[in-house]
Design a protein around this ligand. Structure first.
Ligand code: NAD
Length: 374
């Protein structure tokens, strides 16, 4: 069996799907590894580290032609070069791009999208790439906020007096939010968290953060996710947050609803009421809107009122070594499950495989993805 590793081609992407230490683990199991030239370069993993780990390094064309399993993060633009019988594994985002699923099906490839993993299954946890990458993003969000903030995060006592700690509010207490809270607290900020799920309130309390309660009803959905709020609930939430947000120096937003667009949490009136020098980081920023009104992906803007708004949707890519290492471990766990005896054995009755396999044998086989065409 040969596992291929593609170089990511998206502009700001610096991660690689499998770093050399992960590749070495496969080599020890007698799996061949073929890495596209320069695949790890932007994560500080050079080709010589891969060859030193016993991997072959070759062209992109070779990776497509010779690999039984092809690994990536983002769906490759040239995914049409996949072959029948080959397995492609990545964070393919097919629920947001069903056309991609159809293009992949046409190649005959078995496409596996890790963003469809059933995350609450304990057997799946080692494969949970959304969690590993959100964890990195939440960590970096707190650092980015500290860097952009014109004051100190901690209370510092000096001979000339004491500084006030920064007041940080984290909206959304999933994986990224909880890690942002932990990191901001390690830097000495006073942190408050908020979420709409009942279970998240307990998670928040265990971090030691204060919990913001807007008195709005809880909004739990299946699988540990939040549901979309009704129009009235969303309005009540926005009013509550418009009152709460201006008390904080830093706001980090991480709220997502699966399959939907991110909820608006910090509207223009809340931003306008914040103190000059305040910082808002929107991890949910998209071109079509995020949690913060006017946030632009990968862009730092300053409002007329002096509030720095940072759209930061792909922060895991800015901590490329750690994020690649974590992602590579997720892939190794998945590959181990796919190759129980050293060869790929697909089992569409297996709970995990059923959940993540999008295309197989020339067809889109995933029910939720298929439903998008009907
Ligand atoms: P996510 O990225 O889907 O959303 C981030 C957070 O935003 C969630 O906590 C969500 O409740 C919150 N949110 C959504 N709408 C909101 C709103 N209007 N206002 C405020 N907050 C809002 O979440 P995630 O980080 O992917 O985690 C989703 C769930 O999966 C969580 O319950 C998490 O604990 C669970 N999870 C479980 C495991 C496991 O069991 N091993 C692993 C990872 C995640």
């Amino acid at each position: 069996t040969t596992v291929g590793v593609l170089r990511e081609t998206a502009g700001r992407e610096r991660r690689v799907a499998l770093p050399p230490d992960g590749a070495e683990r496969l080599r020890k199991q007698d799996v061949e590894v073929l890495v596209e030239t320069g695949a790890g370069h932007r994560a500080w993993f050079e080709d010589v580290s891969y060859t030193g780990a016993g991997c072959a390094v070759g062209s992109r064309r070779q990776v497509y032609a010779e690999s039984d399993i092809v690994l990536c993060l983002h769906p490759p633009e040239d995914a049409g070069d996949c072959r029948p019988g080959q397995v492609l594994i990545g964070l393919l985002g097919v629920l947001h791009d069903p056309g991609l699923a159809q293009r992949l099906a046409a190649t005959g490839v078995t496409a596996i999208s890790l963003d469809l993993l059933p995350r609450t299954l304990s057997r799946a946890q080692a494969m949970d790439a959304l969690t590993s990458q959100a964890n990195v993003a939440g960590y970096k969000a707190a650092l980015l906020a500290a860097e952009a903030y014109p004051g100190f995060f901690p209370m510092l006592m000096t001979a000339a007096g004491t500084t006030r700690p920064a007041q940080v509010l984290v909206l959304g207490a999933g994986v990224a939010g909880l890690q942002a809270i932990a990191t901001a607290r390690r830097l000495g900020a006073l942190v408050t968290g908020y979420d709409v799920r009942e279970a998240a309130r307990a998670d928040l309390a265990s971090t030691g953060a204060a919990v913001l309660d807007l008195g709005t009803p809880s909004a739990d959905a299946e699988g540990g996710y939040a549901r979309e709020l009704t129009g009235d609930e969303a309005q009540a939430q926005l009013r509550g947050l418009a009152r709460a947000v201006p008390r904080f120096d830093v706001v980090i937003t991480t709220a997502q609803v699966p399959g939907g667009s991110p909820p608006l949490l910090v509207a223009a009136d809340a931003l306008a009421a914040m103190r000059p020098g305040s910082v808002v980081i929107d991890l949910a920023s998209t071109a079509a809107g995020g949690n913060v009104e006017g946030s632009v992906p990968d862009t730092r803007t300053v409002t007329d009122g002096g509030v720095t708004v940072i759209g930061a949707a792909n922060l895991a890519a800015t901590v490329p070594s750690a994020a690649s290492t974590a992602y590579g471990r997720n892939l190794l766990a998945l590959i181990a499950a796919l190759m129980p005896g050293g060869e790929v054995v697909l089992d569409l009755d297996d709970e995990i495989q059923q959940a993540v396999i999008v295309t197989h044998g020339g067809h889109v086989v995933h029910p939720r993805v298929k439903a998008l065409f009907e």
